[in-house]
Design a protein around this ligand. Structure first.
Ligand code: ZN
Length: 295
């Protein structure tokens, strides 16, 4: 293997092509991807001498998954946390660890990854965690197939169908859609009335539709569907004023708000979609520009 950093998407696509060809020839279920089987056969496929010899459930406190090399035998062990409730999250974790094996095993012999590492979908792929996430999302939800599932009006029914098809969490399916859509869409994960994290499509970012959740706690707007505890589920969406979520939006700009919630941890997942023509930046006066130039 060369020392040039490998592209996560390219490496995942190599496996996607192999799986496409295999299933065209032999039938069987193409989706969800059987990551365990693929991990065990990967070294054989590429003629590598340091295979993943075991994929095993384990209880690793604080970690969703790990990858460990036995230096004597040159064999790798892939572990995933069995106490994670969702099969979708387990599959994503396995694919994330397979990503480390393919992309990073020349650099490290031990990988331990947290739940947070599985949500590090940084577009610039600055670190190995975001690269492993990129690999996993491309492997589990290949774009050519994902695009075929998406209808004109995207809602949580459509994205929920995708989550089922690929055997991933609804969150992973939403993030995959946000990565490539030209719509202005934002996902917000909140708990007890505050945002845990939020992610915007590129078009939404350019229109000013994003939340800075890392700086300080951002409250969920009181008038939003997300804050309405009487409505637990709204998969196709309600149209509300965009100003509810974005203070600088025009009052008449509509926004389609969808939500799913889980009672147990008071968690709400919201999907916000703005019209393609919408812009929610603060309107800046000539005085503002004069002030910002000064200092
Ligand atoms: Zn990782």
């Amino acid at each position: 293997m060369s020392t040039v950093p490998l592209s996560a998407a390219k490496e995942a696509n190599k496996l996607t092509k192999i799986l496409d060809i295999f299933h065209q020839a032999h039938g069987g279920f193409r989706y969800p991807v059987n990551v365990k089987e693929l991990a065990l056969q990967c070294a054989d496929l590429f003629k590598w001498d340091d295979p993943i010899s075991e994929v095993k459930a384990a209880s690793i406190p604080g970690f969703d998954g790990g990858l460990f090399k036995d230096s004597d035998t040159k064999r790798w062990l892939l572990l995933y946390n069995q106490s994670v409730e969702s099969q979708g999250r387990i599959r994503f974790t396995q694919a994330h660890e397979l990503g480390h094996y393919i992309l990073h095993r020349q650099a490290k012999e031990t990988f331990q990854c947290s739940e947070e590492d599985m949500l590090n979908w940084d577009v610039e792929e600055k670190d190995i965690e975001s690269q492993a996430d990129k690999f996993a999302s491309n492997l589990l939800m290949p774009l050519h197939d994902f695009r075929e599932q998406i209808t004109n009006t995207v809602d949580l029914d459509v994205l929920g169908f995708c989550a089922g098809r690929y055997g991933v969490s609804l969150t992973a399916a939403i993030l995959r859609w946000l990565e490539h859509t030209d719509q202005k869409a934002v996902v917000v994960h909140s708990q007890d009335g505050y945002m845990n994290w939020s992610w915007s499509s590129q078009a939404a970012l350019k229109a000013g539709a994003f939340f800075r959740t890392k700086r300080s706690p951002v409250p969920i707007p009181e008038a939003s569907l997300a804050a309405n505890s009487y409505i637990k589920l709204e998969k196709t969406g309600q149209t509300v004023s965009a100003r509810i979520w974005f203070e600088h939006a025009e009052e008449i700009t509509p926004l389609r708000e969808m939500k799913v919630s889980s009672d147990r941890h008071d968690i709400v997942l919201s999907l916000l979609i703005l019209p393609k023509s919408a812009d929610v930046w603060e309107v800046r006066s000539p005085e503002w520009f004069a002030r910002s130039k000064k200092g």
